[in-house]
Design a protein around this ligand. Structure first.
Ligand code: NAP
Ligand code: F7E
Length: 359
């Protein structure tokens, strides 16, 4: 039986990946901050409590910024695969808390690499690093590139992107180090991926949750920031498959590769709102522009812009080209944009006790 360590197990991807690896017969160890509620709601939602009772899923207390946590975990559980998903993953918060973001998203990764080396586990373990399309940041605007792939230059625009890029290069370097042993590592450069378990601070879930509440009569207006931003949105369940596939690469460490994981389609935040409204049978009518833009359903105001949700610097367009992952890993997104929105909308309507019309 293989053992996998997942940092960030209480998050969207960590919990969905845990479910996938348990189905594949892994023993899963999850690094969980002591401040997280127990048992974490996402693991409960996925029905993983039996795995916790049987011991195939173990939650171990610790923090990625504390190297002792990592050393103790590696010593105790001797994982075959490490999936480093722990992060301060909110880009807007990163502008307000850049030091915390750097400490979790960059120093945390250094801690994992240092612990692997200190315990001489270089040959025993494989490491997946959660890199991000935010590392491409300004390439669309500055370099006029409409899509991004593994060869696209990085141009981060946020403290989140900066910290993730530093971590990315550190993890890439670990398979090429000239002195000392190489580590088999893979960075997944994942574009935005969402699900019913997406944090409510991210725009997609904020939209589906708010529209469900408006439908239920519990909220009046959905306030958003930049409606023009374009993102390549995929479904998290499809994306965790790619994480696992990346760690099944063969050959020596310096032949391991990184992959862009994306759908190849991009849409504005406004288009996401329209698609979510469509699931409710609503046709939204936009009036005004900029901070005065408003969305009406019939004559009811449903969406308005609030400048407090704008970022000091926003990524204008992301659209990934997953051709390499298709060719080498055989990975492709299974869930369409409309299906993704419908799944999220159905989940949030159900949470409000509203019957979902059959698809
Ligand atoms: P998420 O839902 O925000 O989950 C982040 C996880 O990291 C949570 O389990 C959180 O624990 C944990 N964490 C935060 N600080 C920690 C610390 N100091 N020590 C240990 N654990 C800590 O994020 P996600 O959407 O699942 O994303 C997973 C990873 O992929 C992240 O690294 C993210 O940056 C990256 N990524 C995400 C996307 C995306 O679109 N979802 C795209 C590209 C890359 P608590 O529950 O205690 O807060
Ligand atoms: O914003 C705009 C916002 O916070 C998407 C993380 O998983 O994906 C995620 O980062 C866009 C931005 O995700 C609101 O300005 C408008 O342009 O959902 P988001 P993100 O910043 O793209 C990347 C790949 C990661 O790696 C990150 O960890 O939507 N937007 N109005 C808004 N965004 C939010 N959150 N809230 C609004 O009201």
């Amino acid at each position: 039986m293989k053992t996998a360590l997942i940092t960030g197990i209480t998050g969207q991807d960590g919990s969905i990946l845990a479910e996938l690896l348990l189905k594949k017969g892994y023993r899963v160890i999850g690094l969980m901050r002591r401040i997280s509620t127990e048992p974490p709601y996402r693991l409960r939602h996925l029905g993983l409590e039996d795995s916790l009772h049987s011991g195939s899923l173990i939650l171990a207390g610790g923090d990625i910024t504390d190297i002792n946590s990592i050393i103790n975990l590696l010593k105790k559980y001797q994982p075959d695969e490490i999936y480093n998903l722990a992060a301060q993953s909110d880009v807007a918060i990163a502008f307000e808390q850049p030091h915390l973001t750097a400490s979790i998203n960059y120093i945390g990764v250094l801690n994992i690499l240092t612990a692997i080396r200190a315990l001489n586990m270089e040959d025993a373990v494989r490491l997946y690093q959660a890199s991000t399309s935010e590392m491409f940041g300004g390439t669309a605007r500055e370099l006029k590139l409409q899509t991004q792939d593994e060869k696209t230059p990085f141009w981060p625009l946020s403290p989140y992107g900066n910290a993730k890029l530093a971590a990315h290069f550190e993890v890439v370097r670990a398979r090429h180090v000239e002195h000392g042993k190489q580590i088999r590592t893979a960075c997944g450069i994942l574009f935005n991926h969402e699900s019913e378990l997406r944090g409510e601070n991210f725009v997609t879930r904020k939209i589906t949750k708010a529209l469900a509440r408006i439908k239920a009569g519990k909220q009046d207006i959905l306030y958003l920031g930049n409606l023009e931003a374009k993102r390549d949105w995929g479904y998290a369940r499809d994306y965790v498959e790619a994480m696992w596939q990346m760690l099944q690469q063969e050959g020596p460490a310096d032949q391991w590769q990184d992959f862009v994981i994306a759908t190849g389609e991009t849409r504005t935040v406004r288009q996401f709102v329209e698609a979510a409204c469509k699931c409710l049978g609503w046709s939204i009518r936009w009036e005004g522009a900029g901070n005065n833009e408003k969305g009406y359903v019939d004559d009811k105001l449903v969406v308005a812009v609030n400048p407090k949700f704008f970022r000091p610097n926003d990524v204008y367009l992301l659209c990934g080209n997953p051709a390499k992952a298709k060719k080498i890993l055989g990975w492709r997104p299974k869930t369409s944009f409309d299906e993704l929105v419908a799944k999220m909308m159905a989940h949030d309507l159900k949470q409000e006790g509203i019957a979902v019309p059959a698809a």
